[in-house]
Design a protein around this ligand. Structure first.
Ligand SMILES: [Zn+2]
Ligand SMILES: [Zn+2]
Length: 344
């Protein structure tokens, strides 16, 4: 089968080559890929940054966002069957640690992730643990179901603030997950969705196209705009999806007293904030968001996909054949894209 393999520890360093088709173990299902999508994590691996150098062994087939069809199951598997359309939760959880036992599989104490610590899905077939597979509604196109990993990040983040119907929310960051958060917040009936881009005009325009009520960029007074839009109060919820330390300060400035600041971005360094004034006295509920709740988030994402209320066609800006994955990586690296989908 064909696979995109990181073969050299350097920028790019990826080749589409023939490798043996994997055999499913007793608890695995073999999946034939229908569609895949390129994640920020894949870009870390492609660009071979400090995180990738520490966490990735080469050679490695990477990629973890997919929609596929089950073609074979291991002897212990009864949760999926041949012919099922599936996507996968890339966080492989143990099922028996205290966190898993409490239903917090997304922060399992023995977590691994396919496409990072084991072989991923940028290939024609992959054998994956059946417990990590989600059976898709076969009427939803694969170009959408492949997005359930980043869509799930957005869903997990947006609803960490509870019911946002009629609420004022701000999304900091207009990368693919920020864009997904905008369409989720719109679909959920937020009163006003404020999107904060930075300098990337391409993505700022996508945020506008998605119907964000106000789109701000570098140089704007974010806190003042947030208060002006809300009679001086501030936003009910702010979603930090950049990993930029300044965005945390922006979020604390924009959020109302008693509001929620949810952090999905990954920060390279510690961030200094004024806990007394900005958290304690304001009673701000600041929370960390990691991955997707298994499987709670997936149910919500599926419901949103079926509702037809998400504007994913605006977010999917490019589609490539799997063979042209390197072209897709370069487009993603340029920053002039939303989500990039690969078809097989
Ligand atoms: Zn992803
Ligand atoms: Zn566990």
């Amino acid at each position: 089968m064909k696979a995109a393999v990181k073969v050299r520890p350097e920028y790019g360093g990826t080749e589409v080559r023939d490798v043996p088709t994997p055999q499913p173990g007793p608890d695995d299902a073999l999946i034939k890929m229908d569609a895949a999508s390129i994640c920020g994590t894949d870009m870390h691996i492609y660009e071979w940054d400090a995180w990738a150098q520490k966490n990735i062994d080469v050679p490695r087939i990477y990629g973890h966002e997919f929609a596929g069809t089950v073609v074979e199951v291991g002897k212990n598997v009864d949760s999926v069957k041949v012919g099922d359309k599936v996507s996968g939760e890339c966080h492989v959880y143990c099922g028996h640690c205290p966190q898993c036992m409490r239903g917090n599989m997304h922060i399992c104490m023995n977590m691994s992730a396919f496409g990072v610590s084991s072989e991923g899905i940028f290939c024609e077939y992959q054998a994956l643990p059946a417990q990590n597979l989600w059976v898709n509604d076969p009427t939803i196109p694969a170009k959408y179901t492949t997005l359930q990993d980043p869509l799930g990040n957005a869903v997990h983040t947006v609803f960490s603030a509870g019911d946002i119907t009629g609420k004022n929310v701000a999304v900091l960051g207009c990368g693919p997950i920020g864009l997904l958060a905008i369409t989720v917040a719109k679909a959920a009936g937020a009163a006003q969705v404020v999107a904060v881009g930075h300098t990337n005009e391409y993505r700022i325009n996508l945020a506008k196209k998605l119907g964000a009520d106000v789109v701000l960029k570098k140089g704007d007074d974010f806190g003042k705009v947030a208060r002006d839009l809300t009679d001086g109060l501030g936003m009910d919820a702010v979603y930090e999806i950049t990993g930029n330390p300044n965005a945390v300060l922006t979020g604390l400035d924009m959020v109302r007293g008693g509001g929620t600041l949810a952090l999905l971005g990954i920060f390279n360094d510690p961030v200094t904030i004024n806990l007394t004034d900005d958290i304690v006295f304001k009673c701000v509920d600041m929370k960390g968001i990691y991955g997707r709740k298994i499987w709670d988030t997936w149910f919500t994402s599926t419901g949103l996909l079926k509702s037809g209320k998400l504007d994913l066609d605006t977010i999917i800006t490019h589609t490539f054949k799997f063979d042209d994955i390197l072209e897709g990586m370069e487009v993603m690296a340029s920053g002039n894209s939303g989500k990039i989908v690969l078809t097989f």
